[in-house]
Design a protein. Structure first.
Length: 196
């Protein structure tokens, strides 16, 4: 298997899930008002809180993960939108996924990291609507001008698993289930709030 092939196969395998999420998210309507935007960020906060912890445990590489964590960014946006710190930490959270090892953790991180790409477009839309520049828009600005370099580095990281079909299956499976968990969480709402 070619090394470059893994990313292409992963993108193809997750394309239907990406399209389904994009179709269900209804993001333009949700960010049209500040209340709707705050609600969407609140859902994203819960998702990132749980997924980033699970990814950290499975990946066991904090130096790679740290610059890709976005929980603090979404918390700062919620703070800017007037949500008190106690309300932010009390936001509902989904059930934690099983990410058994670096390959599965990398598959889940692919989804979170890839969301920074379409997020640039969403961020520009929100900036135009609500006049935010950086405060209030940290989650969607994400890596900002470093977006291209961060994505290139992430794609390079995928190469570690390019010659290992078992690892690739774990990575792809985790990416597909992260997409569907995200769709359920963002589009259907909290079903089983975590006990934290
Ligand atoms: C939270 C929801 C979303 C998630 C988790 C997500 C995830 C991803 C992922 C993993 C990729 C990388 C695909 C690859 O391997 O090349 C990607 C790319 C992309 N996404 Fe999304 N996405 C989301 C929402 C959206 C939405 C709503 C849009 C449309 C506004 C969008 C537009 C795009 C675009 C245009 C790219 C390609 C960017 C490029 O190649 O430069 N995404 N997304």
């Amino acid at each position: 298997m070619s090394r470059d092939g893994l990313h292409a196969r992963l993108r193809a395998a997750t394309d239907p899930a990406h399209r389904a999420l994009e179709a269900s998210l209804d993001w333009q309507a949700r960010v049209a008002t500040l209340d709707g935007y705050r609600d969407l960020l609140g859902r994203l906060y819960g998702f990132h809180a749980v997924w980033e912890s699970a990814i950290a445990a499975g990946l066991a590489d904090e130096s790679f993960l740290a610059p890709r964590r976005r929980l603090a960014l979404v918390a700062s946006d919620l703070d800017h939108l007037g949500l008190p710190p106690s309300a932010i930490t009390a936001l509902p959270k989904p059930v934690s996924p099983m990410l058994d090892g670096p390959a599965a953790a990398t598959g889940a991180l692919y989804v979170l990291e890839g969301s920074t790409l379409g997020g640039q477009l969403i961020g520009r839309h929100i900036a135009g609507l609500h006049g935010f520049s950086s405060a209030g828009l940290a989650y969607y600005r994400a890596h900002g001008p470093a977006a291209g370099a961060m994505w290139a580095a992430f794609r390079k990281r995928l190469e570690i698993f390019g010659d290992d079909p078992v690892a690739e299956a774990a990575l792809t499976g985790a990416a597909v289930s992260t997409f569907s968990a995200m769709r359920a969480w963002l589009c259907d709402g909290p079903e089983t709030p975590a006990a934290t």
